[in-house]
Design a protein around this ligand. Sequence first.
Ligand SMILES: [Ca+2]
Length: 260
Amino acid sequence: MKACDAKDGVEDGILGDPRQCKFDPAVLQCQGTGGDDCLSAQQVDTVRKMYQGVDTADGRTAAVPLLPGGEPDWLLRSVGNEKMKLGLNSLLGAPFISYLVKKDPNYDLFSFDPNKDVEEAERSFARREIAATDADLGPFFRHGGKLILWHGFNDPGPSPVQTAKYYEEVAAKAGGAIDDRARLFFVPGVYHCRGGPGPDKFDALSALDDWVEKGTAPARILASRADRKLSRPLCPYPQLARYSGSGDQSDAANFTCAGP
Ligand SMILES: [Ca+2]
């Protein structure tokens, strides 16, 4: 946060565009004997993998990069605690792999080898049933459908990087710009569905209703917080919220949506 917070022009504990934050955790590596306030070489390597993602030797995606800013929630999701040794993600990931892919309730998740097992997971019936990766929304669009996608920029589970990729794939399938049919809103500083330092309360349903019923495409969606004064516009991808340079930094009125 120290390295990147000010890049968006506002020091507020929120990364307006975490994709622009290039942070190498090596600066936190322990010198000498180490301690609780630094990372071992192994831990630095792990954090780098979280930021960079993991690909298999044959080019499959094993893990999509997570964006800087959501690290506090990694503790719950991916690091774990006394009650959940592998973290919250493993509550989903371990049964998925053990029961549905390996069909072995005693399967040891630590034996998972991306170079062998990702391909097997992709072939599994569970993946075919669950994965929503088809980018051809042609029938939906021809029917007059409107789509609002949103994703917390600091989601520590499913990565927003994948959602941006999916949106681009839908556009490519449709043959060009789709912002008259589908818009994607990233929510800065927000974790999985809610939580985090960002504004996580907003009404995407009314925005969708106005779009369908009145033909008014959402140029921005107003977001706020329940626990303190903070409002910001959510901007349609690839636009980002920009501070005007003057006025209250916790008031959406002083931000505009502009190209990256
Ligand atoms: Ca900031």
